[in-house]
Structures are given as C-alpha cells and as structure tokens.
Ligand binder design. Structure first.
Ligand code: IVH
Length: 673
C-alpha cells in the first residue's frame, strides 16, 4: 500500500534480496527480523514496481513463489481441491466494491454474508474416512501439500474420531474433509517463551512462525512438546449439496466435535458486516490467538461455487485486513520548520504511505539529537509507525536499503541552507536549536502583527502598539488568543478606553470568517505569499484539505515548486501548528472559500514603476479579487505589463518576446473598476 517511488530496477533488486533474506531468517532460522507489516510493505513495493514493469519479473522474484516451499522428509499428497487463498480488502469502500462485483455477476440475488475471524496460523486439511482421521495435509503449494498426519495426531483438540451426533451422522460415512487453521494460542506461546527464558534459550519470534515450524518437525515427540491448536473453517463432502451453507458447515463441525470460532455470524446487510468488523477490531486483542482480520464469504455454497475462481482466489470471499500500524516509505527530504517560539523542528517528508488506515507523508523528527540517534538520511527507506490515532513517527531506518552515496544529515548545514538569514543557537542542555535572540514574545508580536495587517486579515486598530501591549500583558499567547479577548480584558490596560476596547473587540470578531486565502496568508507560512495563498485556496478550498495536501498536489500548482510545497507540508506537520489550527476552530474561526468568478480569471499582471491612483498592493488586491494573478516579474504567461512611468529597455524586450501587452494606468483602471 504505498505510492510508487521511482521505478528503479536497482531498487527492485535490492528489495528482492532483502525479502529473500527476511524469508530465510524466518523460515530457516526461526527468527523474525522485521514485523509482518514492514515485510508486507516492502513486498508490496516489489509488486508495485513489477506491475509497472512486467518485463522485470523473473521466476526468482519472491512474488512468483506459490505458498510454502515443500521440504524433503514428508510425503507429498495432492489436495482433493485446491486450497485457495483470498483477496485482501482494507476498508469499507473495498468491501462495497466486492459486493458490487458479485451483484453484477448475479443480478438480483440477495446475499447472506458469513463472517468469521481470520486466524493467523497455517492451513491444514484433515481427511476423515468413515469418521476416523486418516490423513492431515498442509497447504503446500495449494495443489500438493505435505502429509503431516503423525504430527497432527498430537494436537489435542483434533478428534481422532468424529462424534456421531445423529443430526450429522451422515458425515461419519465415507470421506469428510475438514479444513482449518493450526495456531498456537497466545497463552501457550507465552508459557513456552517463559520456559525458554528461564533455560537461557533464545525466545521464539511469533506464534504463527512457531506453529508452522513445529508442524513440519520430523519428530512427532517434539511436536507434542509444543502445544498446538486447531480451528476448522470448512467442511467438504464428495456431494457438495450435503453442506448447503457455510453456517451449516460450522454447526455441523460443532456437532462432529471439531473446534471452530464461535464468533462466526451471518449478516444480510453490509452496514451490519461493517459494525461487526469494528467490533472485532475492538476486541481482537483479547482473542486467544492472533488475528489480522476477518474472512467474509457468501453464505450459500451453491452461489459460492457459481461465482467461481479468478487466479488463486474465489470471487465469493475476501479477507478484510485491519490497517497495519507500520509501513515503509522513502524519505524525500528533511525540512526544518521554525515554530512560533523560534524552535527549529526537523520534519521528514516522504512518499505518501498508508499507516493505520490513513495516508501520511511527513513525520516530525523532533530535534537534531533524534535525527542523529536514528541516523535518518534523505533517500533512506524508513519504517513509519502509528499506533491508533497517534501522530506518525519514524521508527527506524531499513539500513539494508540505504543508497550507497547517502550522507549523514548535517543539521547545522541544513539550517544554514534553509534559513540563510537567521542564526541559530543551542543553549545548555537544550536539545533544540532556536533562532538566536528569538524571544518567544518578539516572534509572537511579529506573527500577530502580520496576521492583523492589511495584506492579511486587515483587523482594524490591531497595529503594532496594541499588539505589543496585548502580548506584554500576557493576554495573547498565540494567534488564536486574539479571538478570546473581552472588553474587560482590554480595559485593564492603559491603552484602552471604552470606545477603543469595543472597537478592537468588534474588529477582531468581524474577522471570524475570513476569506480562506487571507487566512492562509495570515498564518505566516514561510514562502507563502499572497499569490501562493490564493492558489492554495483555489486548489484545496478548505483548511482541512490543505492540511492533508500531498506534496505532488502542491507541486502541481503553477508557480509552486519543491521549496514552497515542502514548507507548506512542514508547517502542517509541526505539532504546535496543528494545535493552533484546532484552537482556531474552538474559538470559532472558520475561514470561508468562494471560488473566484471574476472577469480577470486567467489574466496575469505585472506592475512596474508606481501608480498615481493607488499603491501597488492595492492594485494587486483588486486584480486578485477579480480572479486575476499578480506577478512580481514578467514571465512567459504574463498577459499585461502595467507601466507606471517609463519601462526599462530590458523589461520591454522581455515583454515583447512573450507577447505581453503593455498598458498604462488608465487602461488598468478600466480593467479593474
Ligand atoms: S475461509 C477459500 N476462514 O486464511 C479460502 N480462512 O486467505 C477460504 N484463514 O487459506 C478460507 N482463518 O488459511 C477461512 N476463519 C477463517 C480463516 C481462514 C484463517 C486462512 C486460511 C485461508 C486463508 C485465506
């Protein structure tokens, strides 16, 4: 689930090598070097690159491996029917899309959905002949598995003879196949690891790995020493009509004395399915075995068969996977954002990636020490972690995938490059670099002044002197605080009397619904001037959407390059700023957006020299209000060059070569009045 990094063949090969290494450690050494989520994420990237470049697929690619490899030592047995796997779905929309696909194939049919918890173990088929267990076969490559009958016989909850309840007595005649998952229960796993710790032996990595390793041990006594557990999910008969629905199969399994999940439920409505998904999501931690999702199947087995199979997967079932809390992505840049206290916060900007159900593209690296400790570099593949709804973090670097020419991040150099006009210092034990001499009050005063200035929100009477008084009195601690000022607050200050206090409070209240572009500008995001603010407002239409904007989307806007895009993303990644935006909401500030319908849409202007009837800023405002664009210098797309006085020769030449029309002030007034 990641967006493509440049489809690079060298990267593909590195990824394959790493995945092979991980599988070797996992399957052969019984060690798990990375979490399943990280493995899946890297594997997913391979699949993505191969999808874009099928010509790069080779038979050695890990994506071309079917199921588990077969080991020597066990007899190979063909399955009576293929042991299929399922397509994954990750959210409600994907479940809906699956239902829509089914509906299209079987129009008008009313579906029952059979939903069960998906166990994280290994699949196994148990063959009963006349009620007696005669054979147990692993999934293998889906067609042929390994005969592990002797090992399976040690699993205590697998009946060697099915119980003969009269209702299901028919299943004690002839061949009955029961498929299910072999798992190790969490409690047994914990107990085994406690023992190993006490004996000074290395601990096992995870229950699934251990269960899989155990069942393929050649010595059944060893298997018996490691408690395994079986849960059935399927019941097959030569005549499929004997098992009309999946729910019937589960009831029969219970009747035959075979363990199956009690959670399994049938629903007719999709919203009920989704409620169940959420419910299991809440309680799955407490289930006795590990689960990463649910299985959703069409309940009616005749319909199930009719829907058929595509590739290895039946159309009539999907695996719903809960969002992984970890994923991998590539760091594109490390941008430093200066917060309102002058503190420099490094932010890693990366290729967008889905973690715990939402797309993230940046994470705070907190401070210089943290970057150094994790040694995060531009170009690194990193593991992003997000537990629950918490802010995403860089957990670690996948060192194996580090580019050969990568350089350690030089924090001081980056500060000097990104903020050439500022000096930074780090005092005492402070882990944070701050703007030298920046005292919080000074930065805040400037920010509030800018917020209230004519170019931004234009709040009357909130000029420099009032701002200084408000900040010095401790009445304003951040931008949003101005909206909480009361007349009584102001009257406590020497500067204010009844009328002036009222005037200021009203002037501020009037700006609770500022135009979106003015609000964006007023925030003082580095590199975001008036035109960029307008462009951002036009493109995204709300603060919410702007906050979630992806770098690519930002860079799509004419006139916005990497530097501006990253600055915007870094601003929204700063926890102080996120808190500030929430506070604006709480105090009732709701910027509004109105799509520009003006007659100057698509028209861009440059003004040179000075105008008589208004200032350049005023002219720029008028042009923008009518949907036009105001530029600072003549470019290819400049339509009008307004000459306030004589135009220099070089400008003239440029304008001529671009086909820019040169007009005078009167003509401009004509256009904007
Ligand atoms: S039903 C056509 N139910 O997940 C396969 N499978 O991705 C129908 N699994 O191969 C399988 N718990 O090994 C089903 N409650 C459950 C399951 C389950 C775990 C495994 C099984 C299957 C794989 C499908």
């Amino acid at each position: 689930m990641m967006t493509p990094v440049p489809h690079d063949k060298a990267r593909l090969e590195e990824l394959r090598e790493l995945i092979d290494q991980y599988s070797y450690e996992y399957h052969v050494n019984d060690e798990q070097s990375v979490s399943d989520a990280v493995y899946d994420s890297l594997f997913g990237e391979i699949k993505q690159i191969e999808a874009a470049h099928p010509e790069w697929i080779t038979s050695e690619s890990p994506t071309q491996r079917v199921g588990n490899e077969l080991k020597d030592g066990f007899k190979k047995v063909a399955h009576s029917s293929r042991m299929l796997s399922l397509n994954d779905v990750f959210d409600r929309e994907e479940v809906q899309a699956w239902v829509t696909r089914i509906d299209k194939l079987l129009p008008g049919a009313r579906h029952e959905f059979f939903v069960d918890v998906k166990m994280d173990g290994l699949a196994c088929a148990l063959i009963y002949q006349d009620g007696n267990l005669v054979q147990a076969i692993t999934r293998g490559d889906s067609y042929v598995g390994e005969d592990v009958t002797n090992n399976v016989r040690t699993i205590k909850n697998i009946p060697l003879r099915l119980r003969g309840q009269s209702k299901y007595a028919a299943f004690l005649q002839g061949r009955t196949e029961i498929r299910g998952e072999i798992v190790m229960l969490k409690t047994d796993f914990a107990m085994l690891n406690t023992q190993r710790r006490e004996n000074g032996e290395p601990e096992f990595a995870n229950p699934r790995n251990l269960a899989a390793g155990t069942i393929r041990q050649l010595d059944p006594r060893l298997v018996a020493a490691r408690p395994l557990h079986f849960r059935a999910y399927d019941l097959l008969r030569d005549n499929p009509d004997e098992v009309p629905t999946n729910m019937f199969a589960y009831e029969a399994l219970s009747g035959l004395g075979v363990t199956r999940n009690k959670e399994a439920t049938v629903f007719t409505q999709l919203p009920d399915v989704m409620r169940f998904v959420d419910h299991i999501g809440d309680v799955r931690e407490n289930l006795p075995f590990n689960t990463d999702g649910l299985v959703i199947k069409v309940n009616d087995r005749a319909v199930f068969r009719e829907l058929g199979i595509v590739g290895k997967q039946p159309r009539a079932a999907v695996a719903y996977k809960y969002a992984a809390e970890q994923a991998t992505t590539v760091v594109k840049d490390i941008v430093i954002s200066i917060g309102r206290t002058g503190a420099a916060t490094p932010v890693a900007v990366f290729d967008p990636v889905v973690v715990a159900g939402s797309t993230v593209q940046h994470a705070s690296l907190h401070n210089a020490d943290e970057i150094a400790r994790k040694d995060v570099r531009v170009g690194d593949t990193v593991i992003i972690f997000k537990a629950g709804d918490i802010i995403p973090q860089v957990e670690a670097v996948v060192l194996e995938l580090r580019p050969k020419d990568s350089e350690q991040f030089d924090y001081q150099k980056a500060l000097a490059q990104q903020y050439p006009e500022l000096e930074f210092e780090r005092t005492g034990k402070d882990v944070v670099y701050r703007v030298k001499g920046a005292n919080t009050d000074l930065m805040l005063k400037r920010a509030v002044e800018y917020y209230a200035s004519k170019a931004a929100l234009d709040i009357e009477t909130l000029g420099e002197k009032n701002v200084v008084a408000l900040v010095d009195a401790g009445l304003v601690k951040d931008l949003a605080d101005i909206y909480t000022l009361s007349i009584d607050d102001l009257l406590k200050l020497d500067r204010f009397a009844d009328i002036s206090a009222k005037k200021l409070v009203n002037a501020i209240a009037e700006k609770k619904n500022p135009p979106l572009e003015k609000f964006i500008l007023a925030l003082g995001i580095r590199h975001v001037g008036a035109q960029t603010a307008i462009d951002l407002a036009n493109k995204f239409g709300s603060m919410d959407k702007l906050q979630r904007a992806r770098i690519e989307q930002l860079e799509d806007i004419d006139g916005i390059g990497k530097v501006v895009a990253e600055s915007v993303v870094a601003w929204f990644a700063d926890e102080d700023n996120i808190a500030l935006l929430e506070k604006f909401e709480r105090v009732g500030v709701h910027p509004h957006f109105q799509k520009k319908m003006g007659r100057l849409i698509g028209k861009s202007f440059v003004i040179t020299g000075s105008l008589e009837s208004m200032s350049r800023d005023q002219a720029a405002d008028r042009i923008r209000a009518l949907g036009g664009t105001f530029q600072t210098s003549v470019a290819k797309d400049t339509i009008y060059l307004v000459a306030g006085g004589k135009v220099g020769a070089s400008k003239l030449k440029k304008a001529e070569s671009y086909g820019t029309k040169i007009i005078d002030e009167a003509a401009l007034l004509n256009l904007i009045s």
